[in-house]
Design a protein around this ligand. Structure first.
Ligand code: PSU
Ligand code: MN
Length: 302
């Protein structure tokens, strides 16, 4: 059986020439940001990867095919889509069997990147353990995926809507290294600091590349999380974010929002409660992650 996988011309060419490639997710386009900022950001993030000497591969399932690299019309289609399914490990095959279009979360993007032999992936923030986990058992499949699929994920830490200490405990249990880049703290997405100490701090990308290569040499399975704090000029402090996040969580509880819908709901609420500032921060951190991922992919490609 042939894999249902389709490479864009840009990615086919990059593969032929053995150029470094950076995977990018598509749930951030369909469920993470409003139109048209989502489209503008997706295009700009790809440009940043190119400027830093790597090739961007935005990943989604388009009409039943795992599509690695998007054309502008495809990005536009995703950005305007209202029906696209948010796909994770459990439901990724649904869109393949019924020839539908869906966006890939961190977990699903990792799976597709691995199939396409791409080992570096930039996103905004990963999913994790939700704050009310003792009642809901809501733990993102992103964590499990990090433990089993060997792709390095550059993110601005777990989203601060999550229970960050518990998310880190789960990652540790699963054997996923969390490397804080140029910081002695775990970043909290919109904020540079979570108040939690970094478990591993590295200040140079060459150290991170050596670390990843060492994992590969001893055959450790699973990926690694590189936690890259949002640039200072665009951060919103944790003090400012905490009451806003609480308001959004309360509203989600009142409206009985759960499961897949929860993360997109909270992001939209927070966008409104911050008069759009949270989106500016989100855009800034994803761009910063794309830059670091491109630089890392260049180092790992030699
Ligand atoms: N980061 C963002 N916006 C998002 C996401 C991440 O800035 O929308 C998405 C990612 O695709 C991540 C998903 O994998 O949210 C987590 O969803 P859940 O908690 O349902 O697993
Ligand atoms: Mn969930």
């Amino acid at each position: 059986m042939n894999l249902p996988i389709k490479f864009s011309d840009e990615i086919s060419n990059a593969k032929d020439r053995k150029l470094p490639i950076v995977a990018l997710e598509s749930t951030i386009i369909t469920h993470g940001m409003p139109y048209p900022q989502n489209l503008k950001t997706a295009i700009e993030v790809e440009e940043i990867v190119r400027r830093h000497k790597a090739v961007p591969a935005t990943i989604a399932i388009i009409n039943g095919e795992i599509s690695i690299g998007m054309s502008k019309p495809q990005l536009t289609q995703l950005a305007k889509a209202t029906e696209a399914r948010k796909l994770s490990r459990a439901d990724l095959p649904l869109c393949l069997s019924n020839k539908k279009t869906g966006s890939t979360t961190v977990a699903a993007t990792m799976i597709c990147a691995k199939l396409a032999d791409i080992s570096v992936f930039a996103t905004g923030g990963i999913g994790g353990v939700h704050k009310n986990v003792s009642e809901t058992m809501d733990i993102s499949a992103d964590l499990n995926e990090l433990s089993r699929t060997n792709v390095s994920v550059i993110a601005a830490g777990p989203k601060a809507i999550l229970d960050i200490p518990r998310t880190l405990e789960v990652l540790e249990t699963l054997g996923v290294p969390v490397i804080s880049y140029q910081s002695n703290q775990i970043p909290a997405f919109w904020s540079r600091n979570s108040g939690l100490e970094a478990s591993i701090q590295m200040n140079r990308l060459s150290e991170i590349a050596d670390f990843i290569n060492s994992r590969d040499i001893i055959g450790l399975s699973g990926g690694c999380l590189i936690a890259n704090p949002v640039p200072k000029k665009d951060e919103i402090s944790l003090e400012l974010m905490t009451p806003i996040i609480q308001k959004a969580l309360d509203k989600a509880e009142t409206n009985k929002i759960s499961g897949k819908a929860l993360t997109p709901f909270l992001l939209t609420e927070i966008f409104e409660l911050t008069n759009g500032k949270s989106l500016d921060t989100n855009i800034s951190l994803i761009k910063n992650n794309a830059k670091v991922a491109a630089e890392l992919s260049v180092l790992l490609n030699v």
